[in-house]
Design a protein around this ligand. Structure first.
Ligand code: BG6
Length: 514
């Protein structure tokens, strides 16, 4: 149930994420009546805005990032009356006292009772700074925990809420590597309970990603096949036909592994590979995610050479235009060795998946934008029927996450008529057949869950740690072993050809969706 009042406090209030995703999602939730009755948004940032300037700026962003049919100016203006702005430098200690006083005043004016969600839409370098200060000024927790804190003195009316909400939503990547992720966890655990922490991974907010669980656990017929006996390998691709889009400063310190693989792709592996949770709630679901991460076969020395291929896009003519290479992008080091492409193989050492390779691939400036999971089933032990061109017909289940969202089962059917020739065919499910996908994006779903206090689709500390434990050796090997190549690939292509060499079966290649 939604609380009766709530203020969403956004650090990075004038940043790209706020403009593109958070504010449009909040407007959509507001229009659908999915925000608390007394709901305010407080944007924080170093840029100086008056409330009015900030609202105008957001109005422009809403017009830009919502589809015309989703944008209702009148509603937007009505919603923006609930939005405020405070000029705050997240690195300045004193500013947090100011924030605390401002919130107290806002509560009084809006007759609210001190329920706050803090959203860290900031560069990752601030993920450790902000919570320290929030804790210091007592904005993290409630009076029962610390009767002497300043918070008690400033709280104006606790009687309305037995237990004010204090949650913190943190964007990915949580940590830069295993050690820094552990340090961050320490900082948070110093002043927040685990159930106040909402580490967001927007892939889990996608309807199509959630449907992986429905596909597996609401149907009886896939489960008997969902294991090493019937599945030959799993291929997961999440690629984009864009570059770093003005985010060079962030991306150059991050790279594809930290930006996409350690979080989004790892979650997709978890949903594909997990055991059915005993019931669908935060604890049981997240327990199963952690177990998958803990079963990733650790990479040994030399495995990074064999199992991981990294690349970086180079300048090329594509669709009649010359595209910059990564090193020419704004705010990117001209000698950068940051990977914009990664293909890798991993194994899950448990009873269900032993010996089944999971191939993961992500990249920027690829020919198209697509995210999909392909389950490759073993073929029949003896092929009685042939195709006209002599190729075999693979049995595949393709879970298309975006675009053309749906599920496709590929199999062989007899060519009608004389003889016994077979050909590839498929059965398709598209979301249109069940009323279409919601118009709201993944962030809307997750913001609503955070307001409802449902952490199921957010990443728990132990999962972050287990995931980093597995991926960290790749980063370490890249740092310390200069013999590991970083391949260039022309913008608009499917990445370095060497990515095919990680396949266990030499006849297999990556499936390039169109
Ligand atoms: C973000 C990454 O988390 O996911 C971006 O930081 C990437 O670099 C984006 O472009 C991809 O998300 P989606 O939903 O468009 O696949």
């Amino acid at each position: 149930q939604l609380p009766c009042s709530l203020t969403l406090v956004i650090f990075g209030g004038s940043g790209d994420l706020t403009m593109r995703k958070l504010i449009p999602s909040l407007l959509q939730l507001y229009q659908q009546g999915h925000t608390p009755e007394k709901f305010s948004v407080l944007g924080l940032g170093r840029t100086r805005y008056s409330d009015e300037d900030y609202r105008n700026h957001l109005l422009e962003a809403l017009q830009k990032y919502l589809k015309p049919e989703e944008f209702d100016r009148e509603k937007a203006v009505e919603f923006l009356r609930r939005v405020f702005y405070l000029n705050l430098d997240p690195e300045k200690e004193d500013d947090y006292e100011m924030l605390r006083d401002y919130l107290k005043e806002l509560d009084r004016e809006t007759d609210s009772c001190g329920n706050y969600i803090f959203y860290l839409a900031t560069p990752p370098s601030l993920y450790g700074v902000v919570p320290k200060h929030l804790i210091r000024v007592g904005l993290n927790d409630i009076v029962q925990e610390d009767a002497d804190s300043n918070y008690l003195k400033y709280t104006h009316d606790l009687s309305k809420c037995k237990h004010p909400i204090r949650r913190i939503v943190i964007e990915k990547p949580f940590g830069y590597d295993l050690e820094s992720a552990r340090r961050l966890t320490d900082i948070y655990q110093h002043g927040f309970y685990e159930d106040q922490l909402y580490r967001i991974d927007h892939y889990l907010g996608k309807e199509t990603v959630q449907n992986i669980m429905a596909l597996r656990f609401a149907n009886g017929f896939f489960e008997p096949l969902w294991n090493r006996n019937y599945i030959k390998c799993v291929e997961i691709t999440a690629v984009e036909n864009m570059g770093v889009e003005g985010r060079g400063g962030y991306y150059d310190n991050s790279g594809a592994l930290r930006d996409m693989v350690q979080n989004h792709l790892a979650q997709l592996v978890a949903l594909t590979a997990m055991e059915p949770p005993v019931q669908f709630d935060a604890e049981h679901f997240r327990n199963e995610v952690v177990k998958v991460y803990q079963s990733f076969r650790p990479l040994k020395e030399g495995d990074v050479h064999k199992n991981v291929v990294r690349g970086q896009y180079t300048s090329a003519e594509w669709k009649g235009e010359i595209h910059k290479g990564y090193r020419e992008e704004d705010k990117v080091n001209p000698g950068s060795r940051t990977e914009t492409f990664l293909a890798m193989k991993l194994f899950i050492d448990n009873w269900r998946w032993h010996g089944v390779p999971f191939y993961l691939r992500t990249g920027k400036m690829m020919p198209t934008k697509v995210s999909e999971i392909i389950i490759h089933f073993h073929s029949t032990p003896h092929q009685m029927f042939g195709t006209r061109d002599g190729t075999s017909v693979p049995n595949q289940l393709i879970i298309r996450l975006q675009p053309n969202e749906g599920i496709v089962l590929k199999f062989a059917a007899k060519v009608p008529g004389s003889g016994f020739e077979v050909k590839k065919t498929s059965m398709d499910f598209t979301y249109d057949s069940i009323g279409g996908l919601p118009t709201t994006n993944a962030y809307a779903r997750l913001l609503e869950d955070a307001m409802l206090g449902d952490p199921t689709l957010f990443t728990r500390s132990d999962a972050v740690e287990a995931s980093w434990k597995f991926f960290d050796p790749i980063l370490k090997a890249w740092e310390t072993d200069p013999s590991i190549p970083l391949y260039g690939y022309p913008a608009g292509t499917w990445g370095p050809l060497q990515s095919h060499e990680i396949m266990d079966d030499p006849t297999q290649t990556w499936t390039n969706p169109c």
